[in-house]
Design a protein around this ligand. Structure first.
Ligand code: DAH
Length: 357
């Protein structure tokens, strides 16, 4: 075998034997690097006479080309093998069950909304919905807010920039606009609750700029305060899961109801714990009243034919009270430790038959 053939056989077998990209590069350097064996042969061509060079030139260049091709082929193979190894190492078995400590849970606000929905569904209420972005008509005007009512001012309400017509959309400040949307689109009798997000510029231990309310509306013939009282007392008893709740209706003012009241529940707050159904304190639970005739008229109904009652309550606040959450802001901090502590099992959805909490 000629010297060139021996050299080629050596280099090619070293190329094939290299187990990784670093080893392969070392082989490349010994052959084709600055002081590599093939580089030395190429340099030697210059010192040869013309005849010898004509003979050796193609042999040495051919050797170089074949070695380069062998290096490139091995490189591709090693790269593919490295990628396969990486993919195999990073493989995830998606059929494995999630580790138990990462289990998701139902947020107390959603739990309480589900509880409220279960209680009112049992009393024949349907669930209604409306947009978070409202117009002045549905959020204020149709609800009988006088033009200069302070709640319309910017310190309470998040307004959007005015459109070409000069009208400003807003983030609804309560769920009451769903009353309007329901009365406009449905024919009475109406029995709905409307759970949803609401927004006000407010932030402290008991206020967050986004919070949740459940609105209620009943419209029918011959509806009176007795219906309102029974419905809300029944709700409060079911919600706090006690049969001996004592309630108090305190006169109040809302533009959209007449008369209006706030409903308090008797409770005991001694020892930093809240107990409903005993004690000498009162806990404000919701606002309510008989739907104002102007509101019924604004929705195209005749107030002499149709009457009703409405109520609205803060869901997050009731969740805090029922489940002992000290700071409202934590409810929306998305802290997984908080959620693991205060959250509920997704497999125990509240129902009238299965129990609430
Ligand atoms: N919209 C009121 C608020 O956000 C709550 C409310 C009070 C709703 C009385 C009602 C009602 O439907 O009758 O403060």
């Amino acid at each position: 075998m000629s010297d060139l053939a021996t050299l080629e056989a050596e280099i090619v077998s070293a190329v094939e034997a290299s187990a990784d990209l670093a080893g392969l590069d070392a082989v490349r350097v010994t052959a084709l690097g600055k002081s590599g064996s093939i580089s030395a042969l190429l340099k030697g061509l210059g010192a040869m006479g013309p005849d010898e060079r004509r003979e050796q030139g193609p042999l040495i260049n051919g050797l170089r080309d074949r070695v380069q091709a062998a290096l490139a082929e091995r490189k591709t193979a090693l790269e593919a093998a490295a990628l396969d190894a990486q993919l195999a190492a990073e493989r995830l078995d998606l059929t494995l069950p999630a580790p138990p400590r990462r289990r998701g849970s139902v947020h107390p606000t959603m739990q309480v909304m589900d509880e409220m929905t279960a209680i009112f569904a049992e009393m024949g209420f349907a669930v209604a919905d409306g947009p978070d972005i409202e117009d002045d008509f549905h959020n204020f005007t149709a609800l009988n807010f006088p033009p200069k009512h302070p709640a319309r001012e910017t310190h309470d309400t998040f307004f959007f920039s005015p459109n070409e017509a000069g009208e400003r959309m807003l983030l609804r400040t309560h769920t009451s606009p769903v009353q309007i949307r329901t009365m406009v689109s449905q024919t009475p009798p109406i029995r709905i609750i409307a759970p949803g997000r609401t927004y006000r510029k407010d932030s402290d231990q008991t206020h967050t700029p986004m919070f949740h309310q459940v609105e209620g509306l009943v419209i029918d013939r011959n509806i009176h305060m007795g219906h309102l009282k029974w419905t809300l007392e029944t709700f409060v008893g079911r919600f706090f899961e006690t049969s001996d709740v004592v309630t108090r209706f305190r006169p109040h003012h809302f533009p959209f109801t007449e008369p209006s009241a706030e409903l308090d529940v008797q409770c005991d707050r001694t020892g930093g714990e809240l107990k409903v159904g005993q004690g000498s304190s009162w806990l404000e639970v919701l606002g309510c009243g008989m739907v104002h005739p102007n509101v019924i008229k604004n929705c195209g109904l005749d107030p002499d034919e149709w009457q009703g009652f409405a109520f609205g309550m803060g869901v997050d606040r009731l969740a805090m009270l029922k489940y002992g959450v000290p700071d409202l802001r934590d409810m929306f901090a998305s802290d997984v430790r908080w959620l693991a502590h205060y959250g509920f099992s997704p497999f125990a959805a509240p129902s009238a038959a299965g129990g609430l909490s």
